[in-house]
Design a protein around this ligand. Sequence first.
Ligand code: APR
Length: 310
Amino acid sequence: MRKKIALIGGGQIGQILAMLAAQKELGDIVILDVPGYANVCKGKALDLMEMAPHGNYDANIIGTSDYKDIEGADVVIVTAGKPREAGMTREDLLNVNIKIITEVANGVKQYAPKAFCIIVTNPLDAMVYVFHKVTGFPKHQVIGMAGTLDTARWRAFIAMELGVSVADVAGTVLGGHGPDMVPLPRLTTVGGVPLTEIATPEQIEKLVNRTREAGTEIVKLFGKGSAFFSPAWSAIVIAESYLKDKRRVLPCAALCEGEYGVNGLFIGVPCLISAKGMEKIFEIKLTEEEKAQFQKTVASVTKTVSECNI
Ligand code: APR
């Protein structure tokens, strides 16, 4: 039997998720949105069914606003919520998206209690916290997508700056999905060559800053709405690792219970994503400077989570 992927939110990111999940034949796809947008999602689903003959995939794809349709889903990816507009921080979305995530979490808890859940809605680290609290799901079953995206941006900017293939850039970005996230130049390599040996300190500083502000750079260009291609791909990479037991090591917002000195908070850390879900958090021995940066991002996430009053 085919796997089932439930996409909660069928907007900009949701529709790309549906296309990628179909093209990768991850399973049958349900796009769920609010009743007022259900017909649009039915249209998007139908359009994707009609793309299948040339897209070369087999999948049943439907749009709905009824949680019964996500029953038994193996994976749930949540993008329901408002995106940013120019001049807004991710935190500005907090109050409106808490209500949406609470409603979504209750729906998922009732109809897809075994699903591996990937949260994309911002402010990410707080929304995944709320989703986890409301569902009460075990920690291996709930993660936030952001570190995988932040790392993709870090790698992309390095490749652009140095004129090398992005395939050869390896590295990671830790911490919350905000301007004090922690790219790790010390542990980044280009075809095995340390980044710190082929880029100048000025170049590295520029790359770190651009990565931290990457989402905002796109929001400013759009004026309304935020990035959708790269967030969708990042969530699909995580879903695929779970569904195919690929055992990828990806930075995700995971519930830390002592790791990195953090307790009871979801924050971006390197995770093993397997058929068990978020199987394991890898701890990196950080330098004093990296530790200080990590503590700063933890403080930001702690503040946002405390404002959730949950
Ligand atoms: N239940 C289901 N869907 C909902 C709900 C709800 N309660 N409330 C809103 N939605 C839907 C909207 O109707 C919309 O179709 O969520 C969708 C969000 O889509 P977009 O507005 O296009 O936003 P998108 O760019 O996809 O970003 C979604 O991901 O990266 C984050 O910051 C971004 O929080 C935002 C989220």
